[in-house]
Design a protein around this ligand. Structure first.
Ligand SMILES: Nc1ncnc2c1ncn2[C@@H]1O[C@H](COP(=O)(O)OP(=O)(O)OP(=O)(O)O)[C@@H](O)[C@H]1O
Length: 226
């Protein structure tokens, strides 16, 4: 596989409960790219993303994600694949019974980090990157929505993922806070993670440019003029 090609879909069919959602999807993600996925409610954006992180099997065609063949991938390999991805949803999903620091520590420990100093340093690094370096001691419910989303992004980048998948990361945020989150994702992209983000807010596309794909009438297609 071409070295910079992280995801390759060729003629991929995607179903939910045997019902066709997307047909004949051709899609590529390269290193350093920022891709927006747009389209009306229920057109298949989240469903498409689920096939990338192995939550949903593809029904036909050829799909490769970070070198894994998504037609033949085994459960154990899906766990390995997910360690190389950062996943961000709109509804934050932080563990509410532990602090920000402990949320991040939990992920590092679960992914094999053992050395306390390394763990502390990496957590400090990611908190600084998302502009939350003094909030490690806070509980999630003591943070605003935008702050919680920053922590979720910090959690997603802990292991320097090659790809970040963000499913409507600004869906629960006001416009200004949403802008800051997209700006942050662009910054992270510049540091080397490729990003795929779904959104209903088309103003991001002009303000923070990226490549655009649209889901419509069972197709996922690149958009050159908006
Ligand atoms: N678990 C499921 N079982 C059956 N059908 C599903 C399931 N999840 C989604 N669908 C169907 O698949 C279609 C695409 O849904 P999906 O959530 O991918 O849309 P979306 O484009 O992400 O929408 P939104 O913009 O609202 O997030 C919808 O018709 C939905 O009803």
């Amino acid at each position: 596989m071409e070295e910079t090609l992280l995801i390759s879909y060729k003629g991929v069919d995607i179903n939910q409960q045997a019902l066709g959602i997307l047909n004949q999807v051709n899609f590529e993600l390269h290193k350093g790219e920022f891709i927006y996925l747009i389209g009306k409610v229920g057109t298949g954006k989240s469903t498409f993303l689920k096939t990338i992180y192995g939550e949903l099997d593809i029904a036909g065609g050829e799909a490769t994600v970070l070198g894994y063949n998504m037609r033949t991938i085994k459960q154990k390999q899906i766990a390995d694949l997910r360690r190389k991805l950062g996943i961000v949803f709109q509804d934050f999903q932080l563990l509410t019974d532990r602090s920000v620091y402990e949320n991040l520590e939990f992920v590092l420990q679960a992914t094999g980090w053992k050395n306390k100093t390394d763990i502390r340093n990496r957590i400090q690094e990611v908190l600084e990157l998302v502009g939350m370096s003094n909030k490690g001691y806070k509980m999630p419910n003591e943070l605003s929505g935008g702050e919680q989303q920053r922590i979720v992004i910090a959690r997603a980048i802990l292991n320097k993922p090659e790809i970040i998948i963000a499913d409507e990361p600004t869906g629960n945020l006001d416009i200004e806070t949403g802008n800051k989150i997209v700006e942050l994702l662009h910054q992270i992209c510049q540091q080397g993670s490729a990003i795929i983000m779904t959104t209903h807010n088309l103003s991001f596309l002009t303000e923070y440019p990226g490549k655009v794909y649209r889901c419509e009438q069972h197709k996922l297609q690149g958009v050159s003029d908006l």
